[in-house]
Design a protein around this ligand. Structure first.
Ligand code: GDP
Ligand code: CA
Length: 325
């Protein structure tokens, strides 16, 4: 394996990427590989004129050692004087804006205004964070996830997720700007040249789904010569953390490791996946999926530390090797 591509959302995608970086580091048992992480931009939002890319920032901070370890998102040792000042003006926002995080948003916003693309901006931010992987946005154009609620209103994904805690039933998700968007320049070449493609255990609907909504990316996954292996974010019928079940519900997809695999689809049948990893608890799902043409394996899928996560990545690579062989 020389080139690995990962499709990633925020917290789940970033933790998984730590394992990918470790599994393919120089001297690792699977051999060294260059890793490209394609990050979701569907969560991106403009607040107070600041361009905020939550998933790209979570990837940068996690891989760069600057993440808040308890939350899994945001800067460590964050301070909130801007939030307090805003509150004094009566602005009690629902979106957390910490001072240290705001520095990132200020730079991104001004670099974008000066004409740099989001790919270029992300590369510049990475000069500080040195994530050890090539981090690229799914698209340089804005593609924002919006949620059509059961009452017909439509809100930005962040407003539904952060403000309403996904408690209002969603009817469907729309990826605004997707039709006019293109994959960022590095994405399609990376997929075409990959030796292994990994779909992180990220939210299948609004993280990976928003990446796949960028025209051309799903087709490139379908035609890549590399095995495409996904890792289930659902264990024992529930998301490990977060509210992915509320997203799956909107699509009438059951919250199970099996159903999420079928949502991506088996590559032989026109879908995206060659292989799918489920947790040991979902062993039965692996057996069912194997009969449907997936390479499937059951291994421990809890990312409680780097060794566990690296083990998951090794299992995914091993499953990929059976596809090529
Ligand atoms: P977000 O953008 O911050 O919501 O993060 P992602 O979309 O990348 O990841 C969210 C998903 O990660 C959730 O659906 C969780 O179930 C999943 N997840 C979080 N921790 C783990 C873990 O330890 N193991 C597995 N298999 N999935 C996890
Ligand atoms: Ca996200």
């Amino acid at each position: 394996v020389g080139k690995v591509v990962v499709l990633a959302g925020g917290v789940g995608g970033a933790r998984f990427s730590l394992g990918v970086r470790a599994a393919f580091a120089p001297g690792a048992s699977d051999g060294a590989a260059t890793v490209t992480v394609v990050g979701n931009v569907g969560d991106d939002i403009t607040l107070y004129g600041l361009r905020i890319c939550p998933d790209l920032d979570t990837l940068l901070y996690t891989l760069g050692g600057g993440i808040d370890p308890e939350q899994g998102w945001g800067r460590d040792n964050e301070v909130f004087s801007v939030r307090a000042e805003l509150a004094a003006y009566g602005e009690t926002g629902w979106f957390t804006l910490g001072d240290r995080d705001i520095a990132t948003h200020l730079l991104r916003t001004s670099w974008l205004a000066s004409g740099l693309t989001l790919s270029e901006v992300t590369a510049r931010l990475a000069r500080r964070w040195r994530p050890g992987v090539r981090l690229v946005p799914a698209s340089d154009q804005p593609v924002e996830t919006h949620v059509e609620l059961a009452d017909g209103r439509e809100v930005h994904f962040q407003e539904w997720w952060v403000r309403a805690h996904a408690a209002i039933p969603a009817r469907r998700f729309r990826f605004h700007g997707a039709e006019a968007a293109q994959p960022a320049p590095a994405v399609l070449p990376a997929l075409a040249e990959a030796d292994l493609v990994l779909i992180a255990p990220s939210n299948p609907v609004v993280s990976v789904g928003a990446i796949l909504a960028v025209p051309g990316i799903a087709a490139a996954l379908h035609t890549t010569p590399a095995p495409v292996i996904g890792v289930s974010p659902i264990i024992g019928g529930a998301p490990v953390r977060g509210m992915a079940d509320a997203c799956l519900q909107a699509e009438n997809v059951p919250t199970s490791a099996e159903a999420v695999a079928r949502r991506y689809g088996c590559r032989r049948e026109g879908g995206l996946l060659d292989g799918w990893l489920v947790d040991l608890r979902d062993r039965a799902a692996a057996e069912v999926l194997a009969k449907e043409g997936y390479r499937a394996a059951a291994v421990p899928l809890l990312m409680h530390d780097l060794d566990a996560t690296t083990g998951m990545v090794r299992a995914a690579a091993a499953l990929g090797a059976t596809v090529r062989g």
